[in-house]
Design a protein around this ligand. Structure first.
Ligand SMILES: Cc1ncc(COP(=O)(O)O)c(C=O)c1O
Length: 483
């Protein structure tokens, strides 16, 4: 069997229950098959790209008499993911990467001093308390104050510090998902959720959000909507939890109080656990961020997920947390202890100082205003291009409708792009011809739903103003490819 044949089989064969889908460069010359040099990145094959992108494996590496666990295929973990494809290594060296949501500006100096202080001490280099260093938990207690309930959070039983939100979430799924339990995920979804469910034996049930047609005369569209009937129909006696994400990645939606109350009603009626991913809690533009856990009756059934990476422009610090009632935090803590034991000690020092000083420095207000300025550069670029886009209500993502973007029929997409959906083609074309890389959205859908919104791509504006201004100018050269 050829190497490629082996990979296809590996990806397609799935012994478990299938997931459930509910109802549904600036001034560059156009590259053509004739003028793309044979060694160009644009003609790499899927196998080349997996190595070049920094992915751990090539197809050849997977040829082994020892078969890997089926959860890897069921969880799409061996498939070349969107991050590996739209990775700097695969893009032209001067391409502006607005795909992945990491910042090209530094976290605050005064918070970084917290890590330096820890590194200069002895204990700041040793295992942390697995619940988190006391100073950070105390800082969290003060920072959140009475936002969750009428009294302060208990720093021993109602919070735990994790290795980024990613690990905290994983621990929560490990703690609560039994094999066969169904977990509702709204699409498009932050891709880690899928593995959180599948690796733990759960069955993901997908409920799509819908783009809003808005006013035909306006390029800027209201945020995507959730159809409550579809959500309600997705719930079965096997449903264990709902994953909620507000503000939302990748669409920048902030769920309204009314929407959250409707979800709460279902959670209550069906006795569901809600994982409320609120990592963008401090990036909300002129609207209310409602903490799901604060809705009547929801504290006891909600685990709220936070991330210092998002709060302090420090995605590499890998510090996050879970907040909830003792009965939900204790099992998640038990799982986290066995997964990682504790989070990175010195970086917890940085986060502690960050939370201690953010209020008096007005850090989050300033940061939000800075993000508004960044956002405006891109929205203005899409207005000038006459492309429809969704108004971001929170986080740092804009989704853009590229249904009227048309590239030449013979455009030389590399095999690993050609095999994917239209959004991958559009994003690759932009990266190669305009020098700005967005992110396709179809990887944020289950396979059964991947076609429903394949004309949407995501731009992240977690970049400095000059980078965004350059990107905005480059994007204007797309005009000639718009029908
Ligand atoms: C919605 C959402 N949740 C969780 C995470 C993971 O956060 P962390 O970097 O703290 O693991 C991200 C990161 O992009 C995200 O967008």
């Amino acid at each position: 069997m050829s190497i490629r044949g082996y990979i296809c089989l590996a990806v397609l064969s799935s012994c478990g229950r299938p997931p459930v889908a509910v109802a549904l460069h600036h001034g560059r010359h156009l590259a053509t098959a004739a003028n793309v040099p044979a060694d160009s990145k644009a003609v790499k094959t899927a196998e080349d790209t997996s190595t070049a992108s920094g992915a751990f494996h090539t197809a050849r590496d997977l040829l082994s008499p020892i078969k890997h666990a089926t959860r890897l295929t069921e969880g799409r973990a061996l498939r070349q993911d969107v991050w590996s494809v739209f990775n700097a290594v695969n893009l032209p060296s001067d391409c502006i990467n607005l795909g992945q949501g990491y910042m090209n500006f530094p976290p605050p100096d005064w918070a970084r001093e917290g890590a330096q202080e820890a590194l200069c001490s002895t204990m700041g280099n040793q295992y942390a308390h697995p619940k988190g260093i006391p100073r950070l938990r105390k800082a969290m207690q003060n920072f959140y104050g009475t936002q969750f309930h009428e009294r302060e959070l208990d720093m021993e039983t109602e919070m735990m510090v994790t290795n980024g939100a990613t690990e905290g979430q994983y621990a929560a799924f490990t703690a609560f998902v039994d094999p066969g339990d169904e977990v509702i995920i709204m699409e498009p979804f932050f891709d880690q959720y899928l593995q959180c469910v599948v690796f733990n034996g759960g069955v993901p049930v997908f409920v799509p959000l819908h783009p809003n047609a808005g006013d035909p005369g306006k390029r800027c569209k209201p945020t995507w909507t959730l159809d409550m009937d579809t959500l309600s129909r997705a719930i079965t006696p096997r449903t264990k939890m709902i994953v909620l994400n507000t503000p939302h990645n990748p669409i920048g939606k902030v769920f309204t109080r009314e929407e959250l109350e409707a979800i709460a009603e279902l959670a209550d009626k069906h006795n569901l656990l809600v994982i409320s991913d609120e990592v963008y809690e401090h990036l909300v533009y002129d609207r209310e961020h409602v903490r799901f856990a604060t809705l009547p009756g929801m504290w006891k059934r909600t685990i709220t997920v936070g991330s210092a990476g998002k709060l302090f422009a420090a995605t590499g610090w890998r510090v996050g947390w879970l907040i909830g009632p003792p009965a939900l935090i204790a099992p998640a803590y038990a799982a986290s202890l066995r997964l990682v034991y504790c989070a990175n000690t010195p970086m917890q020092g940085a986060v502690a100082v960050g939370l201690e000083q953010a209020g008096e420095r007005g850090f989050f207000e300033t940061q939000t205003n800075e993000y508004k300025e960044r956002k405006a550069i891109l929205t203005d670029a899409f207005e000038r291009l006459c492309l429809n886009y969704t108004q971001p209500e929170g986080a740092y993502f804009i989704t853009v409708d590229v249904s009227n973007l048309q590239w030449p029929a013979d455009y030389p997409f590399p095999q690993n792009i050609r095999d994917r959906r239209r959004d991958f083609h559009a994003a690759w074309f932009m990266a190669m011809e305009v020098g700005v890389a967005p992110l396709p959205l179809t990887d944020f859908y289950c396979d059964a739903h991947a076609s429903i919104n394949e004309n949407y791509i995501r731009f992240s504006y977690a970049k400095d103003l000059n980078t965004l201004r350059s990107a905005a100018e480059r994007l204007q050269s797309l005009k000639r490819y718009l029908k």
